[in-house]
Design a protein around this ligand. Structure first.
Ligand code: M6R
Length: 364
């Protein structure tokens, strides 16, 4: 049942190209996106004043990335919230807003409660869900199914990746319907999404190098993931993978925020992973990495082929194929999943069933 892999997590990491392809195939026809099965009309999309994205854990990280992509492409303001916070504050939701719930299981208690809260206020709800017929899928006004298939490993990989893709698809379609991008750009973005599965396959072919790197870092006490913009959203997910299956303390930081306190934690040999997929933020994050290095940090850089001058700064570099930078999270997360996995294996831990965690959190 693990298809020759030692753990479900590794099997599911390798299922990502197919999961993305299936999700794309379900909504892309003849090179254009068709969301008619979701039941959200063009007029409704045009009328959205504000998007509220609500989720927990990795689904929240997918939503964090979506915020940058939707705002930049579709020009709709997006607010991202943890479901456990959203439901307990004074909600001043815009009636013409759209509440987007993101959940693999469709059963996460806080996300379900947030959905009910939004519905009771008469706001339209759209769920991005993996499990067909789950509570969130049944109760939301509209559903976008991710087609990741069953995910067994507690640490999410392919479900998270399809959540990212679903958000990107919404961003591109909303952008088109609202006239924020022209036909050429629209078709170009859809074609680019179509290249992601093959690019992920290419990253997976290089996994032995990451295994080597992970074995060297398996005794680390603290790891910092830093990035800006979408790279910050990816940092959050990379850090969670490290924590949940490797039991190594790690933090994700918006790179520019380090010097406001956290940099005092950097000592000789502390691992700092800089994520650099966004060209306009590249130099800024590199300079934050240099600040860490001068305090003794051991630096890993995760960037796109072509950015070779990172080798002047980082001690270890991993490259991902070029893509439209809005979609970079889909590629950059792969090496981070692999590092989390290999560190966990090197430490002899229970990769698929980490301590204290359940696959689906149905308590509040
Ligand atoms: O089923 P959901 O997507 O609602 O689950 C949300 C989180 O519990 C989940 O993403 C969790 O953070 C993962 N185990 C992380 O790998």
């Amino acid at each position: 049942e693990k298809a020759g892999f030692e753990h479900f997590m590794m099997k599911e990491i390798h299922e990502q190209p197919k999961a993305l392809q299936d999700t794309l195939n379900s909504v892309v026809r003849d090179g254009v996106i068709d969301l008619s099965e979701m039941g959200l009309s063009d007029e409704e999309i045009q009328g959205i004043s504000q998007i509220y994205m609500v989720a927990c854990g990795s689904a929240y990280h997918a939503a964090m990335s979506a915020q940058y992509v939707i705002e930049d492409l579709a020009k709709i303001p997006v607010r991202v919230e943890l479901a456990s916070e959203f439901r307990y504050r004074t909600l001043l939701l815009d009636k013409k807003g759209l509440v987007v719930l993101v959940s693999q299981s469709g059963e996460t208690a806080d996300t379900l409660a947030a959905l009910r809260e939004a519905k009771s206020m008469g706001i339209r709800t759209l769920a991005i869900v993996n499990v067909v017929g789950s509570s969130i899928a049944r109760e939301a006004d509209n559903v976008f199914y991710t087609l990741a298939g069953p995910e067994i490993s507690v640490a999410t990989t392919k479900a998270y990746s399809t959540q990212l893709l679903a958000c990107d698809i919404l961003a591109v379609q909303f952008a088109k319907v609202r006239g924020a991008i022209d036909e050429d750009r629209y078709k170009g973005l859809i074609a680019e999404m179509g290249t992601l599965p093959e690019k992920i396959t290419r990253i997976l072919q290089d996994k032995e190098r990451l295994q080597w790197f992970a074995s060297k870092q398996a005794a680390a006490h603290d790891v910092f993931f830093i990035g800006r913009g979408i790279d910050y959203a990816i940092s959050l997910e990379g850090s969670l993978k490290m924590k949940e299956i490797s039991y190594i303390h790690s933090e994700a930081y918006a790179a520019g925020e380090l010097k406001h306190g956290t940099i005092s934690l950097i000592e000789d040999g502390t691992l700092v992973i800089g994520i650099l997929t966004q060209s306009d933020l590249y130099e800024k994050t590199v300079s934050n990495m240099v600040e860490c290095k001068s305090r003794g940090a051991y630096l890993m850089g995760l960037t796109t082929y072509g950015h070779y001058n990172i080798e002047d700064t980082a001690d270890f570099v991993t490259y991902i194929p070029k893509t439209d930078e809005h979609f970079a999270a889909s590629l950059a997360v792969i090496p981070l999943q692999l590092i989390g996995y290999y560190v966990s294996v090197a430490r002899g831990l229970d990769v698929d069933k980490p301590r204290n965690l359940a696959k689906s959190v149905t308590v509040e």
